[in-house]
Structure formats: C-alpha cells, structure tokens
Design a protein around this ligand. Structure first.
Ligand SMILES: Cc1ncc(COP(=O)(O)O)c(C=O)c1O
Length: 385
C-alpha cells in the first residue's frame, strides 16, 4: 500500500541515479531519458557544474527570506532581463506560480484602467498549470473536471487562429492574451509562421498585454534561449520554470513596460521564491547554456534528428504528422500509442504520450550517437505498435 495520494499513476520503476542523458535503476539498468522530467533536466542529469553549485551554495546558505536582499536573486534577475529584454522579474517555485503572478499582474493592469471584470484570452488545448488561476487559464476541460467553479475572466479561442482573437477587439473587458509559443502538453503544436507576430500586433493595437508562457519552451528547448526569439517578438510578460533550475525548483515571471511596475510591496510574494540556493542554480544554468554552446547543439541535433526521423518514418503508415522545433518533438499517430510508455521502459527509453502523439523532450546536451539511439528506439516502438 502506498501512503501517497492517488493523483499520479506512476509506472512501476524507480531510478536511483542519473548521468547525462541516462537514468539508472538500482540494479544498474540504463535508460535513455527522452522526457527529462518533462523538459526540466535540459542540461542532463548530475551536470558537474550544477552539482558543484548546489554543494557550494548548500555549505554557504540555502534560505533566508525575501524580507532581506538576496544577492543571488538580484544577479539572476539581471541576467534573465539582459537575455530577454524584459525589465523586472518575480521569482516563484514552479510554472503554475509563475503564471499566477502573470495573471495577478494582469488583474492589476485592468483595475488601473478601471476595468472591474477583466478577461484574459487563452487558447484551447493550452496548459498553464494546476493551481486555480493557472487551471482556469488552461484550455483543457479534462484537467478542470471536478474543480469547478474555476475563476471567471478567461475566454478560450482556437490556437493559431488570429481571426478569433480579432473578433474580441471591441470587447472592452479584454486586457490580455496568454499563449504558449508552442503548445507542449497538447502534443507539440507549432503555430503558423506569422501567428505570434499577428497576436503581438493585435495586442499592441488594443492595449492588451501579450503574455507568453515559456515554461516548457524556454531555456533553450527550441534552439533559442526563449522560443519567441525565433520570431523577434517582445511579450509584455513571460513566464519560465522547468529548465530554469535543471531540476531544482524555480519559476519566474518577467515583465516589461507598464506590467513590470504593477507589484508594490505586499501585493505578491513567496516564501521560497528565488531563495539563495534556487537563484544560484538557475544562474549556473544560464552560464552553462552559454559556456557550452547549448543552443548550437540543440539546433545541430534537431536537424540531425529530423533527418533521421523522416528517413525512418516516411515508410510508416501509422504516422500522420511529425513536428519538431529544436528538441521539442511530436510524432502523431493514427493509432492509440498509450501502450508505448510501458513498452518504452522494456526497451530502455523514457518517452511521453499525449493524446495520439509521442512527445520527446530529450536533454539539450544530447550527442549524435544518442540521437541515433533515440530515433532507433522510438521508431522500433512505432513499428511494433
Ligand atoms: C506551458 C506550461 N505552463 C505551465 C506549466 C505548469 O508548470 P508546473 O508544473 O511547474 O507548475 C507547464 C507544465 O507542464 C507547462 O507545460
């Protein structure tokens, strides 16, 4: 009997060690990790520099309080703003918390304009987290089931459909549009080339805040540090988590312009958010991404993986779509692939299944031979389905 609540349904396997792209069980079995704890351990397991940062910081100081200046947090904030063109940052501990901060900023933005019942437009099939506001923003009824009433103030439109957004231009209660640059949880949905630019233009025209949830796409996952940098975009608010701490919990809500000035002392907070340890680790993550040319590796390995996958998959009658941006990969099938999770374990590879799509989020440090192994194992799984 397990004493854990039943909100997860874990596979019957446990890992005791990780190194680079691999996880190991106690009996020494080795598994290729193409999930990275859902786009988290981007720099691989037990990265030497991350381990050193954690050890060094643990010996110095783990936690104080945001009631005192936290120098590591100041340094990290400066680095993140320099890298993103944003102006201010709030640190929490997760993606959902980062999005809660974004939603709260939007409420303040609206109330300042005298709008009492503000609306944020988000997308159908989006995922923004499990806390009540993030859940309300999420465009997936399955994750809301049992938790109604959700928060008012969210309208969901089709992703990648600019006309549906334009139709709200005359609605004076709308104050923001909140989107993922690529929808991750719903199976790596990449919008058309111009979509996000058109959304930004519409937001500027209507004085709506343009919020990008980069919790999954950020920190190099798509081949740029932030996915919106592929399109030369400038969101008003951007949220981060997952890869920001490479497994150490930290989330961030960054803002620029008016949105960056809305929190005043006492309006928002988090006991742990951006504590000395979390901020030190995230600072190391940023340094490693630069020092080890991680973005170059993502782009090179992405092109290599794409070539290999397409060679193997073009012969498959089961594959209906193949989507890739950086190392965010979705392979959509005309078969229910849910049995592949367990079959993956039997074949020593960790993957993710979402709907009819196999989602792969391998570490950003993956090399050519590991990509070959990934493609081979995943394509064998599809062949056997
Ligand atoms: C785009 C996006 N936003 C928010 C979240 C929620 O993040 P967390 O689980 O850290 O709260 C996720 C998690 O999968 C996500 O993919």
């Amino acid at each position: 009997m397990s004493y854990l609540m039943s909100n997860y349904k874990p596979l019957d396997i446990s890992f005791s060690k990780g190194k680079g792209c691999y996880l190991f069980t106690d009996d020494g079995e080795k598994y290729l990790d193409a999930l990275t704890g859902v786009a988290v351990v981007n720099l691989g397991h037990s990265h030497d520099k991350i381990v050193k940062t954690i050890k060094d910081q643990a010996e110095k100081l783990i936690h104080t309080s945001n009631w005192y200046r936290i120098d590591n947090q100041e340094t990290l904030g400066e680095k993140l703003c320099a890298a993103s063109g944003m102006e201010k940052v709030f640190f929490g501990n997760s993606g959902a918390e980062a999005n809660e901060a974004a939603i709260k900023l939007t409420r303040l933005y609206a109330h300042k304009k005298g709008i009492e019942n503000p609306i944020i437009i988000t997308a159908i099939n989006s995922f923004h987290g499990r806390t009540m506001a993030a859940l309300s923003a999420t465009g997936n009824d399955n994750v809301k089931k049992g938790f109604y009433p959700v928060l008012p103030g969210f309208i969901h439109v089709d992703y990648n459909n600019i006309d549906q957004l334009k139709a709200f231009s005359k609605n004076n209660n709308v104050v923001a549009v909140m989107l993922e640059p690529i929808q991750g949880e719903s199976g790596v949905r990449i919008p058309d080339a111009n979509y996000l630019n058109e959304v930004q233009a519409l937001c500027q025209k209507n004085n709506w805040l343009f919020i990008l949830d980069e919790v999954q796409t950020g920190m190099g996952r798509t081949g740029k540090l932030f996915a919106h940098q592929h399109d030369n975009l400038k969101p008003d608010i951007m949220t981060l988590a997952k890869g920001l701490g490479n497994g150490y919990p930290i989330g961030a809500c960054l803002a620029r312009g008016e949105a960056s000035q809305l929190f005043t002392p006492g309006t928002h907070g988090s006991t742990f958010g951006g504590n000395p340890m979390a901020a030190a680790v995230a600072g190391s993550v940023l340094e490693i991404i630069e020092a080890e040319n991680i973005l170059d590796n993502v782009n090179t390995m992405s092109a290599f993986a794409k070539k290999l996958f397409l060679q193997r998959l073009e012969k498959s009658s089961k594959v209906t779509d193949f989507r890739i941006k950086g190392l965010m990969i979705g392979i959509e099938l005309n078969h229910d692939p849910s049995s592949l999770l367990q079959k993956g374990i039997e074949n020593k590879i960790l993957i993710n299944i979402t709907g009819n799509t196999i989602r792969l989020l391998p570490p950003l440090i993956i090399n050519e031979s590991e990509v070959c192994e990934l493609v081979d194992k995943v394509c064998n799984l599809i062949d056997e389905l």
